[in-house]
Design a protein around this ligand. Structure first.
Ligand code: PLP
Length: 481
């Protein structure tokens, strides 16, 4: 038996490369990532390849390993080429972010050291770091120091966490669900609908609150609806607003909604996955600062702080509410809260063992300071305003609402023919070109194109290029049509 154990030990040795082998691995990986970064400015932002990465399937997992350089070739061909390149400054669709390099180093360190960040006693430093970052975000939001939160994998889980917390805090138990009411606008992100369903609240009454011309929640309409619902014996308990809608970047009147929520005992959740970090910009701070007038907020460092994907955050003003909804040893709650210096992520989220997300956020913030983040975000606000002004001057483009943040919405009105069909063809032509990527959406049943400036690599020349391509493709399509 000893012989066999020893043989297995030798056979498992590749799991622990020695210093020289590690060096050799890095000597392959670093040139690959350097190549990727150096070629970004000229690489396409969007590409449809013939096999869409299917060649990966020709390389099954087998007993013996392959050569690292060959594997990196496979990655280069099948992952880096087809689809959207979210690292590219030309990514102007949906809500981009980019993926700053020091975060990758944070992940590298977190993965090599494999810190257990789920529970305080397992790695107090890791939990302190994550809670410290959450307190920094809470301060940015304007929450008191008694707020708590969790670093999530993204905005969707942040929204789910907040909605579950709201449900429990307002004691919406099964029997109350059919007469409990949730309020949001038609512009709320689809992850909210998903979270409502996952939270078991799909049978609640859902009110689509009317919006103003700029797609912001109409607070007077909300008040009217709440009053009506209360009079009808319903149980209004949750209003979800957006600090930057995904479609048009509209910021709901957070202060008024917060006041109404407080007056009527509703939980106010703000989905700030796209826009909350714009609080760092003096230019738009005023529009966002009433975000403090809420019970919970979602925000996405993998959008607004340009982190690689897998970084969201949820903040809850009343930490006991978050704890009560997520802890797994509820009966000692009060004492534990009083005694623990730092709450453990495992008690504040649906995860136990998890990726140590703190380091990928802490390292860039500490290494670079806030200044470049503020600058990049403010630049994006100004780029959107610039883009809006330029589009105004361009022939036959119709503009959506003035951008609150960094999303510009517009469409082309052709000389004749179906406007929606034309704009669908226009977005397809831009995708086929691939130098930049923009997305489309539907507003009041019409197809509109969107340009979102949020990637830290998006600059003035990117926006100029996008406008040039828009003009060029629209003209080409006009001539064909
Ligand atoms: C992106 C986004 C989400 C979803 O966040 P993920 O990080 O993609 O899960 C939710 N709400 C808004 C407003 C968003 O922009």
């Amino acid at each position: 038996m000893i012989k066999r154990i020893k043989a297995l030990e030798r056979a498992s040795q590749p799991l622990e490369p020695n210093a020289e082998q590690r060096r050799a691995m890095l000597d392959s990986v670093i040139p690959y990532t350097e190549d990727f970064l150096e070629s970004l400015p000229t690489a396409p932002t969007y590409c449809v390849t013939e096999d869409q990465g299917r060649a990966l399937l020709d390389h099954p997992i087998s007993e013996n390993g392959d050569d690292l350089n060959q594997l990196l070739d496979l990655v280069r061909e099948n992952l880096d080429k087809p689809g959207i390149n979210p690292a590219s400054g030309g990514h102007l669709g949906y809500i981009p972010g980019g993926g700053i390099y020091p975060s990758a180093l944070g992940d590298y360190i977190a993965d090599v050291t494999n810190r257990y960040s789920g529970v305080f006693f397992a790695n107090p430093g890791a939990v302190r770091m994550e809670n410290f970052l959450l307190r920094w975000m809470a301060e940015l939001i304007g929450y008191p120091s008694t707020a708590a939160g969790n670093l999530t994998s993204g905005g969707s889980i942040a929204n789910l966490t907040a909605i579950v917390t709201a449900r429990d805090a307002r004691r919406v138990t099964a029997a109350k669900i059919p007469r409990s009411v949730i309020y949001c606008t038609g512009q709320v992100h689809h992850s909210v609908g998903k979270a409502i369903r996952l939270a078991g609240l799909v049978e609640c009454v859902k009110r689509d609150v009317p919006m103003d011309q700029r797609f912001r929640m109409d607070a007077a309409a909300l008040e009217h609806q709440i009053a009506q619902d209360k009079a009808a014996g319903l149980n209004p308990f949750l209003v979800i607003s957006s600090a930057g809608t995904t479609d048009v970047g509209a910021v709901d009147p957070l202060g008024e909604i917060g006041d109404l929520a407080a007056a009527h005992g509703l939980w106010h959740h703000v989905d700030g996955a796209y826009g909350a970090f714009f609080l760092l910009c003096d230019d738009v701070r005023q529009m966002l600062e009433s975000i403090c007038n809420s019970d919970s907020v979602s925000m996405d460092p993998h959008k607004g702080l340009f982190l690689p994907y897998g970084s969201g955050a949820v903040l809850v003003k009343d930490r006991e509410a978050l704890y009560n909804a997520h802890c797994y040893q509820a009966n000692y709650m009060q004492d534990a809260l009083a005694e623990q210096e730092e709450l453990s992520p495992a008690d504040l989220s649906l995860e136990l063992t998890k990726h140590f997300r703190g380091l990928r956020l802490w390292l860039p913030l500490k290494l670079l300071g806030l200044k470049p983040f503020r600058a990049a975000l403010t630049e994006k606000i100004l780029l959107a305003r610039y883009c809006y002004e330029r589009l105004k001057e361009m022939d036959n483009f119709e503009l959506g609402p003035t951008p609150d943040l960094s999303v510009v919405v517009y469409r082309y009105i052709p000389q004749d023919g179906d406007v929606n069909e034309f704009n669908k063809r226009l977005v397809r032509a831009i995708h086929a070109d691939g130098r930049v990527f923009i997305s489309s959406t539907q507003i009041n049943g019409n197809i509109f194109l969107r340009l979102t400036a949020l990637c830290f690599r998006t600059h003035l020349d990117t926006v100029d290029l996008a406008l040039e391509i828009l003009n060029e493709k629209a003209r080409e399509l006009e001539n064909v049509g």
